[in-house]
Design a protein around this ligand. Structure first.
Ligand SMILES: [Zn+2]
Length: 149
């Protein structure tokens, strides 16, 4: 299952745990590499200062909403000439800094908006010849009170 999860996720994320809840799937993920480049001096840092988690909405798996709980580490930059003492690792293939949605999920939302072109609305009325569908829950006042102009 974890192999499958790894294939469905943006590189280089690795799945630690996978939790199925009523409202969707939460994946605890991390970057498996032991180092991260300092954004100021570009040297690889190895000393971890602390870690934290970022929650990111990702693309759904079929109809299941997916949330990534991404471990982000804060590293010490040990380059003597660098003015930055610590930095938070960045995962540009997954999400922009401070984003709450993965890059691919925001891209998909954007594409969907373009395809729908603002034409999406409530589902159309069923054709009149359709047989009554008693298994559908009754919706109070849908046809009787609708204003038809
Ligand atoms: Zn540095």
């Amino acid at each position: 299952m974890h192999d499958l999860a790894a294939r469905l996720l943006p590189s280089p994320l690795q799945v630690e745990t996978l939790t199925l809840e009523d409202h969707g799937l939460t994946l605890d993920v991390k970057v498996p590499t032991p180092t991260a480049p300092c954004p100021t001096c570009a040297q690889s840092a190895t000393r971890v200062h602390s870690d934290d988690r970022r929650t990111l909405a990702d693309l759904p798996w079929a109809t299941l909403p997916v949330r990534l709980s991404l471990q982000v580490r804060r590293f010490f930059c040990d380059t003597p000439s660098c003015r930055r003492q610590t930095f938070t690792e960045r995962v540009p293939t997954v999400a922009r800094p401070y984003a709450h949605t993965t890059t691919r999920a925001s891209q998909a939302q954007c594409d969907t908006g373009l395809v729908l072109g603002g034409a999406a609305g409530p589902a159309g009325q069923p054709p009149n010849r359709a047989a009554p569908r008693p298994w559908l829950p009754a919706r109070a006042g849908t046809s009787a009170t609708r204003d038809r102009h």
